[in-house]
Design a protein around this ligand. Structure first.
Ligand code: ZN
Length: 437
């Protein structure tokens, strides 16, 4: 009797084990010996990584504060050289007023050729008056300060992922180029010069991984909207206000501009397209004023003969951008009596459309995430995402959002979530290692 009971309980144990196999499969037991060594290296370097982040955050590197951007570049330059990467500073022409970019390269012999993207600058210039936008301040599991999440934190995730591979003895085989731009927040013009080096790096790469902040731990960016600016200028006839709408004066510039904006609002809306009208003015003379402002002259009893509006346009593909622009031109051309109008566009960031190769890369990333026991990863809604440097190399398969979790970007409340910091480094490290095999 006792023997039978034992046999039955053994069966139960075996059955329970079999039932639990999918769970076991998701545990780190699925990792190779090398991958487990990589994870141990990340753990061992955690304190150092956070100290490095603190040092980087405490150097102001507003895009126009060139010595600060270069100083942050120096910090990363030494760290990459210490693990065997060849580094190079790409200077920009003085007239561009940009600090330049840091490139670091590992010329291994195996696996995919990776382009790892980050940026050294932040939106906070040294004279920024916003309180608290200064030094690194840690409160429990959050770290506040300039660029903690956007994106010195992301650069540190990238660096310490590579340091863990180095520690595990597998970095030298990898083929990768690190591109840390000094002007992501306001890229230098002409773009053919400021993005020449990353285009050259992209020509020697199979895929791109960008380390901008993540909003959710298990969401990754596979598409980013592009941006462009636009300006509408209306010309009307000046005259006595009492004669407006008559044969002589017509509708005046102000009403024509109002018509145009209202038709944008009525006709243009579609998914993933936005068109913000940011600044609007009408009057007799509209002159530029310091700081990009306008000085407007006008009187209540005078019909305005000039009106200007400007704003931006955000889109998910070049095709969507061109279609929106064609519609805007058509609206602008249907003038009210006595007026004429023109619209001009200025290209900003290109779009990164959600192509299949990006989704395939996401699937590989998700598999790594599951092997580490972190669960599957899904695409982030591109409608919620701004423009980014990875879009300049959108011809490559690419994903973004591999950096730290955080929030409050571009505001005095910017922070990085330190609770998930080590996990982000581990996931990036094992993913890069798998791609390098
Ligand atoms: Zn950023």
């Amino acid at each position: 009797m006792k023997k039978v009971t034992c046999f039955v309980s053994l069966l139960v144990v075996v059955a329970v084990c079999l039932l639990h196999q999918p769970l076991l499969a998701q545990s780190p037991a699925r990792l190779s010996r090398t991958e487990r060594a990589i994870l141990r290296a990340v753990d061992a370097q955690q304190t150092e990584a956070l100290q490095f982040l603190e040092r980087a955050v405490n150097i102001n590197s507003g895009t126009y504060h060139l010595p600060g951007v270069r100083a942050v570049g120096q910090l990363f330059d030494s760290a990459f050289r210490a693990i065997g990467l060849q580094t190079r500073w790409a200077d920009m022409p003085a007239a561009m007023r940009r600090a330049g970019h840091l490139f670091a390269e590992q010329r291994g012999t195996r696996g995919k050729r990776m382009l790892l993207i980050g940026h050294l600058d932040t939106v906070f210039e040294p004279d920024s008056t916003a309180p608290q936008v200064g030094k690194f301040v840690r409160r429990d599991s959050l770290a506040y300060g300039q660029g903690t999440s956007d994106m010195k934190g992301g650069n540190v995730v990238m660096l310490y992922a590579l340091k863990a591979l180095h520690q595990a003895g597998v970095l030298s085989q990898a083929r990768l180029i690190v591109a840390l731009h000094g002007d992501e927040e306001a890229f230098g013009r002409p773009v053919e010069v400021s993005r020449r080096d990353i285009w050259e790096a992209a020509n020697r790469s199979d895929l791109a991984l960008a380390f901008e902040p993540a909003t959710q731990f298990n969401e990754i960016t596979v598409a980013r909207r592009g941006s462009s600016s636009w300006q509408v200028r209306v010309q009307g006839k000046q005259g006595h206000s009492s004669a407006i709408f008559g044969n002589q004066l017509g509708a005046g510039a102000a009403y024509e501009l109002a018509r145009i904006l209202h038709e944008f609002y009525r006709q243009l809306p579609e998914a993933n397209l936005t068109f913000n009208a940011a600044k609007v003015a009408s009057g007799g003379e509209i002159a530029p004023a310091p700081g990009g402002d306008w000085r407007v002259e006008g009187k209540n009893n005078v019909v305005a003969d000039t009106a200007v509006a400007q704003g931006d346009l955000r889109f998910l593909s070049e095709e969507q951008k061109e279609r929106a622009r064609a519609n805007m031109r058509q609206i602008v051309a249907q003038n009210l009596p006595g007026t004429s109008a023109t619209i001009t566009f200025d290209d900003g960031y290109p779009a990164m459309p959600p192509k299949q190769a990006n989704l395939d890369l996401l699937t590989q990333f998700s598999q790594t995430s599951q092997a580490l026991g972190y669960g599957p990863v899904t695409p982030y809604d591109p409608g919620k995402r701004g423009a980014g440097d990875i879009a300049f190399v959108a011809k490559l398969p690419g994903i973004d959002g591999l950096g730290v979790m955080g929030g409050g970007a571009h505001s005095p409340r910017e922070y990085a979530n330190l609770r998930t910091f080590a996990d982000q480094v581990k996931r990036a490290a094992v993913f890069i290692y798998r791609l390098s095999r």
